[in-house]
Design a protein around this ligand. Structure first.
Ligand SMILES: Cc1cc2nc3c(=O)[nH]c(=O)nc-3n(C[C@H](O)[C@H](O)[C@H](O)COP(=O)(O)OP(=O)(O)OC[C@H]3O[C@@H](n4cnc5c(N)ncnc54)[C@H](O)[C@@H]3O)c2cc1C
Length: 478
């Protein structure tokens, strides 16, 4: 049997600044690179075809680069343990190099089982920390900060590939099933293009020009599409490392010329890793309120309202435009994400747990470490001292005053003047005739009129917050 090493790619599909690939290349044995589409992950309620499509196309592009070195990423479909059983029957596997996976409990549990399996076979599994985050750690803020800074300050790895280290599998019994392969081959053009090459294009244009207006555009649904970095899917699936982005930005001329924008951007890279670390410490953020005192708040379950929100048919133009834009492209900016959650939980008074997987599936950049803490923060159930209920009409008038974003995603409103478009239920019968518009026929009645919301649950949330602040014992009875 051939003695080999394995490199297991997960959310790190790239050829450069990749430590597991570097370690494999330094070793004297040949190595096989693999990626597994796991039913465990695919069938989890946060997953969606767009995530798989993005990954699949990242791998495809990576293989174009690896081809000239005789290497390739072998794609498997099945339970990780079965695939490693197969590979260890075929080869004498000595080492497995991978990044430490961060995320939810089901992959953590899988890894615990795999560790035992590898131990039983005498295989060394070397897992490298990602951006200073420690998996399942007893997190200490200072330690994480030190880890993160140490990581971004180190030179990025220049990966090289030598063809004599190649192992290619001739027969793969765990190939992607035909139906899945067919689905993944499609890549809707409305999504950001996948892969390292495009990731660098986005990064370069952001540093050279797009990011100059980062701060003044970040909250606006239309302007942010251009001036925000748009690096989130590339960071979430690993086409770029945090270090590559960090170093490219701080070494750029514009970092010195426009510090307000680029410093603000750098702080978000820091948050990214910070939030991922927090979820590692408490993976139950996915299912439980960060502040347990909020667990008993009687959030609603109204299916009609929930479905209207999910489909972008609430009758509130900015809310619907954001949701439909997400359905189509997989991306909206931070403020609009926050507003969608705040509208669900504070205006419609629906349980945050009923909305979180829906957005996870729609986000092309879904990253559990950011998603769950942010979702809870906007739902007001985290430990944050402030609860924000974004008024969707105020947001609409302030952030999309000319309704450019709304008109793009709600073409049925495109003939209305900007003065009427933000609250179409206020259109008088004369105006309706003038614009040949019928609220019921052309659009829909609002499921709630924002200015009439009574915020019963929000008031409860605030009451508990105040009790927590003053540390009163009756908090348990709320
Ligand atoms: C309810 C909710 C859910 C979210 N879910 C996700 C998610 O699943 N995946 C995701 O990448 N972002 C998530 N975000 C954070 C943020 O909205 C996106 O990172 C951002 O809009 C991505 O666009 P960008 O790359 O242009 O961001 P930029 O502003 O250019 O930021 C650069 C990078 O920093 C990180 N970042 C930005 N904002 C934050 C933040 N507030 N907290 C932590 N890291 C941040 C991201 O990796 C981002 O790509 C969520 C926000 C909210 C309110």
């Amino acid at each position: 049997m051939d003695k080999i090493n394995l490199v297991w790619l997960k959310r790190d599909i790239r050829t450069q600044d990749h430590e597991p690939l570097h370690l494999a290349e330094q070793h004297n044995l040949p190595y096989l690179i693999l990626f597994i589409f796991e039913p465990l992950i695919i069938q989890y309620p946060d997953a969606s075809p767009r995530h798989l499509q993005f990954q699949y196309h990242c791998i495809k592009e990576m293989n174009e680069t690896l081809y000239s070195f005789g290497h390739k990423v072998h794609v498997f479909y099945g339970d990780a343990i079965h695939i490693f059983e197969f590979l260890t029957q075929k080869y004498e596997v000595k080492n497995i190099f991978s990044y430490q996976e961060t995320g939810l409990n089901h992959t953590f549990e899988r890894d615990k089982k795999l560790k035992l399996f590898f131990q039983s076979k005498g295989i060394q599994w070397q897992e490298i920390q990602k951006a200073g985050v420690q998996r399942g750690s007893l997190y200490v803020r200072e330690k994480w900060q030190e880890n993160f800074q140490g990581y971004v300050d180190k030179p990025a790895i220049n990966n090289t590939f030598s063809s004599e280290k190649t192992i290619l599998l001739t027969h793969n019994p765990f190939e992607l099933p035909f139906y899945l392969q067919n689905n993944l081959q499609n890549y809707p053009s409305q999504y950001q293009p996948a892969g390292e090459k495009y990731a660098w294009k986005y990064l370069t244009t952001f540093v050279k020009e797009r990011g100059i207006k980062y701060m003044q555009s970040i909250s606006k649904p239309q302007e942010s599409r251009y001036h925000s970095s748009r690096l989130s899917p590339y960071l979430a699936w690993g086409s770029l490392s945090i270090r590559q982005v960090y170093q490219t930005v701080i070494q750029s001329e514009n970092y010195v010329r426009y510090p307000r924008s680029y410093e603000a951007f750098i702080s978000r890279l820091w948050w990214q890793s910070y939030f991922i670390q927090k979820l590692e410490k408490k993976p139950n953020y996915e299912t439980n309120c960060i502040q347990p005192a909020f667990e008993d708040i009687p959030f609603g379950q109204d299916e009609v309202k929930l479905n209207a929100w999910k489909k972008g048919k609430t009758g509130i133009p900015l809310i619907d435009a954001c949701m439909r834009c997400l359905h189509s492209t997989g991306w909206i900016n931070f403020r609009m994400r926050a507003m969608l959650v705040s509208f669900l939980c504070h205006y419609l008074e629906i349980d945050w747990k009923l909305g979180m997987y829906h957005l996870a599936q729609l986000f092309l950049d879904y990253e559990p470490g950011i998603h769950y803490p942010q979702f809870q923060m906007q739902a007001g159930v985290s430990g944050n001292p402030i609860i924000r209920a974004y008024n969707p009409i105020k947001q609409s008038k302030e952030k999309d005053p000319d309704a450019i974003f709304i008109k793009k995603w709600l073409p049925e409103l495109s003939l209305l003047p900007k003065e009427l478009i933000h609250e179409p239920w206020k259109i008088s019968s004369i105006e309706a005739k003038m614009y040949n518009f019928s609220l019921e026929k052309d659009y829909c009645n609002p499921i709630i009129i924002p200015e009439k919301a009574d915020f019963t649950l929000l008031k409860k949330l605030w009451k508990i917050k105040k009790l927590i602040k003053s540390n009163k014992p009756e908090i348990k009875q709320e």
